[in-house]
Design a protein around this ligand. Structure first.
Ligand SMILES: NC(=O)c1ccc[n+]([C@@H]2O[C@H](COP(=O)([O-])OP(=O)(O)OC[C@H]3O[C@@H](n4cnc5c(N)ncnc54)[C@H](OP(=O)(O)O)[C@@H]3O)[C@@H](O)[C@H]2O)c1
Length: 337
């Protein structure tokens, strides 16, 4: 029987804090192949803001419920479901719209979250650490001790790059725009942390002893990306996965012709769409293990209830945060850590 639950809903595209608000929507009982999940925690990622703004390749039908990832607890299972059970914590699937108190999803579209991982950390695993994991494995064959270069290094993806590189035996040059973050990133395992600026390529060469760097990860674009490629070795690869500055990439002819650099892009949504289920399961198993050990963790700035949508969205849209903003369900606090 349908019942009402709270959800963040946007009826038109625009500034997220203005157009998205908490409303009551209908939810249903699970069909035979579905489960009903109650929200525990779901982050606000930059892509979620872009979806609401109408500036993202994924445009849900309006009115829409945003939220590309999160964790819920199963509260009811369909008559034909045997692999999942009530009370299980699960990662929520893309395309569902996670910023809702409760909803139904296909039982085979959720992944059980093992014990030993705080709910908020599990809620942030499927997009950003997965993006870091893939970019470190799918473009360049890295050898132990190799250097990786990245900007926006204090972002959730950037911190995951640092943490995964550390346990994988790779070294990182991390470019940021705020000096106060240097100590925290080093504590996370960053080998070199530099402030972005015109002299960045020279700073990188000095900090790494002129090491040949074959992989750079770019979430900023514009001049910041150009400075990364200027520090790459001939044949090196720049993987662009974000455009926080909203400035286009500039590709100097000489860097293409004389350095044979490779300009690539990456989108985790596309990877999930095309990856074999075994590949997804294998990657998530690795990420769960890292999260359980504490090697992978993302700072949280603040949790908000769904009822405080405007404040949460305005907060998430601010730069210079200390961590992620998440929505939490009423059952939050069940950390099982
Ligand atoms: N392609 C994919 O599959 C994929 C997957 C995940 C994420 N992403 C993208 O990756 C980027 C980072 O996502 P996230 O969730 O990790 O971010 P986040 O944790 O929300 O952090 C945002 C980062 O962007 C930086 N930033 C914001 N505005 C900037 C500007 N104008 N110039 C330079 N840096 C700026 C911030 O620096 P301050 O802290 O100094 O403000 C911070 O490092 C986003 O663009 C996101 O859409 C892409």
């Amino acid at each position: 029987m349908p019942s009402k639950v709270r959800a963040i809903v946007f009826h038109r595209h625009g500034a997220p804090a203005e157009v998205a608000r908490c409303e009551e929507i209908e939810t249903a009982e699970p069909a035979p192949d579905e489960v009903r999940v109650r929200l525990l925690a779901a982050p606000i990622n930059p892509a979620d803001l872009n979806v609401i703004e109408g500036k993202y390749p994924i445009r849900p039908a309006l009115p829409g419920v945003p939220g590309v990832e999160g964790v819920g607890v199963i509260e009811a299972v369909g008559a034909g479901v045997t692999a999942r059970h009530a009370g299980e914590r699960v990662l929520l699937p893309q395309g569902y719209g996670t910023w809702r108190e409760s909803g139904v999803v296909k039982a085979d579209s959720v992944w059980a979250v093992p014990d030993g991982i705080a709910t908020e950390q599990a809620a942030m695993l499927r997009i950003n650490p997965a993006t870091a994991w893939r970019m470190l494995r799918d473009f360049v064959e890295l050898k132990p001790g190799d250097w990786i270069l990245q900007n926006a290094a204090n972002s959730a993806v950037g911190r995951a790059v640092v943490q995964i590189a550390r346990v994988s035996g790779w070294r990182t040059v991390n470019v940021i725009r705020r000096a106060e973050l240097i100590a925290g990133l080093k504590a996370d395992g960053a080998d070199v942390v530099l402030l972005d600026g015109d002299d960045l390529p020279a700073q990188i060469a000095a900090a790494t002893g002129g090491a040949a760097i074959s992989l750079a990860l770019n979430a900023v674009g514009g001049d910041s990306a150009l400075r990364l490629v200027q520090a790459l070795a001939p044949g090196g690869t720049l993987v662009t996965y974000g455009a926080m500055s909203r400035q286009p990439l500039r590709i100097p002819n000489g860097l293409l012709i004389f350095q044979d650099l490779r300009w690539r892009g990456f989108w985790i949504s596309q990877w999930y769409r095309t990856a074999a289920p075994e590949a997804v399961a294998a990657m998530l198993a690795e990420l769960f293990t890292l999260a359980q050990s504490g090697a992978l963790h993302a700072p949280v700035e603040r949790l908000y209830p769904l009822t405080e949508a405007a404040a949460a969205l305005a907060h998430a849209a601010q730069g210079r945060r200390a961590g992620k903003i998440l929505f939490c369900g009423e059952a939050a606090g069940d950390s099982r850590a």
